[in-house]
Design a protein around this ligand. Structure first.
Ligand SMILES: *[C@@H]1O[C@H](CO)[C@@H](O)[C@H](O)[C@H]1NC(C)=O
Ligand SMILES: *[C@@H]1O[C@H](CO)[C@@H](O)[C@H](O)[C@H]1NC(C)=O
Length: 180
């Protein structure tokens, strides 16, 4: 009876304490971890779909998930960058042209933030990845400088989404990877 109580107590501790969560990453990223990460974003379902959309996710550990989230963010940043570069090139209205030019600059900054985070992630210095939240601010700055009719809302929304995902993934990784 005594040992049964002891085992129960250990099991309860295991499941109630944060240690439960950092046991799991050794064996890869579980669906529970993905759900926990995605619950910190605006749309849990889309977040899971985007992360699962990378074929590496199903067998990834947390360090790889960090890289995957940054690759996804970079792909979208490049896409947005190219969209705004083209709009800038085609635009004849000087005000609009200047606004699109600002967007190109903001997205260049976003690309730099992701590159820097990627470097830190490769070195497993997750606690130093602190700038990902800034990406959403830059994407908003771009969109807010454009007329409502600009039809770039979709590009901006996609960037905001992957920014949140990358920020949430890397915050999670910074909390749980270097503990063991
Ligand atoms: C994004 O663009 C940068 C700079 O133009 C390039 O080096 C990188 O390979 C691109 N990455 C992706 C995922 O498209
Ligand atoms: C990333 O690392 C490479 C090689 O170590 C370096 O040349 C580059 O400047 C770094 N980029 C950023 C944005 O920190």
């Amino acid at each position: 009876m005594g040992s049964f109580t002891f085992v129960s107590a250990v099991l309860v501790l295991l499941f109630l304490s944060p240690s439960f969560f950092f046991i799991l990453p050794c064996y890869g990223v579980s669906q529970d971890i993905l759900r926990a990460i995605c619950s910190q974003t605006q749309n849990q379902e889309i977040c899971k779909r985007i992360l699962d959309g990378d074929t590496r996710t199903s067998s990834a550990d947390l360090p790889l998930l960090s890289i995957i989230s940054l690759d996804i963010a970079m792909k979208q940043a490049n896409k947005s960058y190219n969209t705004f570069s083209q709009l800038h090139g085609k635009s004849t209205n000087p005000t609009l042209k200047s606004s699109f030019n600002n967007c190109v600059g903001f997205y260049h900054q976003i690309q730099d933030i992701i590159k820097q985070a990627h470097n830190l992630s490769m070195k497993r210095q997750y606690k130093k990845i602190t700038q990902l939240g800034e990406m959403a601010t830059l994407a908003y700055k771009c969109e807010n400088g454009l007329p409502l009719s600009s039809s770039t809302g979709g590009v901006t929304r996609d960037m905001l989404l992957v920014s949140q995902i990358a920020a949430s993934v890397n915050l999670y990784v910074s909390r749980y990877v270097n503990l063991f």
